[in-house]
Ligand binder design. Structure first.
Ligand code: SF4
Length: 315
């Protein structure tokens, strides 16, 4: 299967946390129960808590099977992608289907917002590693940083994390994403650390803004401060991202990526997956960049062979 025929899988890509990771995208761009101010995919366009079969299960499984028949080494099969993967109502079947195909461990990167639902917990029980998020120690900050769907409630979300921990005996790595002047006060960090202790994950991973965020005002915290905060948690804690410098978050950094994409599209028309594979970028990031380039009318988009092809406009 040529790489351009894949719609729901990408990679394997090199991931700092998971090694060589085959990505599975279970929801359309950008379907999520949150609209985090730091999201590298941009603003959420479909904020929902409705679970449904967003993409066809059989097609995802076909793609995974074909990807697994390739020669690339894979350390993890990772369910993540263009939004919140637990919104897919068949995620449990997909995990089971992958287990029937391979012994490669399965990771699920989730915001954790739906773990208060027993059905969602059931669906994730066969995964090997769950990486949920907790970015706030209070409802007020939760609303500011994660901008959750109106029917979500902070206490119930945290309680879901605790209840899931009590059932799930494999690894849980809890990600805490820190944004300057939003959730980095001494009080908020203490609140988060108390909640982390009550959830009892296997480890905490501290993250901060390293790529252009959904909102310009979401700024990184410094490495020095990350190191200070690391000591506040009473479980194993690691820093997983170096903060971006203001310069690297600026338009010039973005422009470099756009130029790389335009150079590729100048040579040949490509699908989103072609660009991601060709430039070693995440599919989600490619979608965001292509969307911005389209708005600037720098590309033509053509539909052919049931797929969308992007090409740089000729001067
Ligand atoms: S960071 Fe994750 S949880 Fe937050 S809006 Fe983006 S996809 Fe959703």
């Amino acid at each position: 299967m040529p790489s351009s025929d894949y719609q729901y899988t990408y990679g394997p890509v090199s991931s700092r946390r998971l090694g060589s990771s085959l990505g599975i995208d279970l929801v359309p761009f950008k379907t999520c129960s949150y609209d985090c101010i730091y999201c590298q995919l941009g603003r959420t366009t479909n904020k929902t808590i409705q679970r449904k079969k967003y993409i066809p299960t059989i097609k995802v499984m076909e793609e995974i099977e074909k990807r697994l028949s390739g020669n690339s080494p894979i350390d993890y099969i990772t369910l993540a992608g263009s939004g919140e993967p637990t919104l897919h109502s068949h995620i449990g079947q997909i995990i089971q289907g992958i287990k029937n195909l391979t012994s490669i461990p399965i990771a699920v990167i989730t915001n954790g917002s739906l773990l208060s639902e027993t059905e969602v917990q059931d669906d994730l029980m066969k995964a090997d590693l769950i990486i949920p998020s907790l970015d706030a120690g209070s409802e007020n900050i939760f609303q500011k940083i994660n901008r959750p769907h109106g029917d979500l409630n902070f206490n119930s979300m945290v309680d879901g994390l605790r209840r899931f921990r009590n059932r799930f005996d494999k690894s849980i790595w809890l990600e805490v994403f820190l944004v300057s002047k939003l959730n980095d006060s001494v009080l908020e960090i203490e609140n988060i650390a108390d909640l982390v202790k009550s959830i009892n994950p296997d480890k905490v991973q501290l993250n901060t803004v390293a790529r252009p965020p959904a909102e310009e005002y979401a700024r990184p915290i410094s490495t020095e401060y990350l190191k200070t905060i690391k000591n506040k948690f009473r479980v194993e804690t690691e820093i997983i991202n170096k903060p971006a410098s203001n310069k690297s978050l600026s338009a010039s950094n973005n422009a470099t990526r756009k130029n790389e994409i335009l150079t590729l599209l100048e040579r040949r028309p490509c699908t989103v997956n072609d660009v991601a594979d060709g430039l070693g970028m995440r599919v989600n990031e490619v979608v965001k960049q292509l969307d911005q380039l389209s708005k600037r009318e720098l590309m033509t988009i053509r539909f052919g062979d049931s797929r969308l092809f992007y090409r740089k406009k000729r001067a």
